[in-house]
Design a protein. Sequence first.
Length: 187
Amino acid sequence: MKKNSQFIIVGLGNPGAEYEKTRHNTGRIFVDAFRKNHDFPDWEKDQKLNALVSEGKIEKAKVTLLLPETMMNNSGKAVPATKNLMVIYDELDLPLGLAKISFNRGSGGHRGLESIIKMLKTREFARMRIGIGKKKKVPAERVVDFILGKFTPAELAVLKKEEKKVIAALELWLARGLAPAMTEFNS
């Protein structure tokens, strides 16, 4: 890690109380857990970015946590271009309780990620996919209802267990870089 590096961690989801604890807000849920774990200040609205922002330091790394206040499909409007960007979002094709870090890949059909790629004009940023899928594939006609549905208490318990691993992976990314974080977290 370079001295006084600037990192941005973005949690994708939809703003508003009606979307809290929904599967599509998984990114927001995990970034808020990271904020609380590191005693970052409460969220403040950044009018220019149209996002909630919390800033702090972890060792020598300056870290900005960002939750777009746009709807998911317009997330790119709130994400600034930066070399050290990590986007965290829900992944229907990964089972609940599993997460993966990747770099420079397509959107996989995730419209929030598509919006970011389009606005930044690059796929060259890190992303962490948090699994929300079921063992049995969700039928196409039920996908929207499923991802906008609220987590059950049992599902929230699984996410809570995953939280420690995600926080540790983000800390490793901040301290040692993307390659070590991917190697350790994805294995």
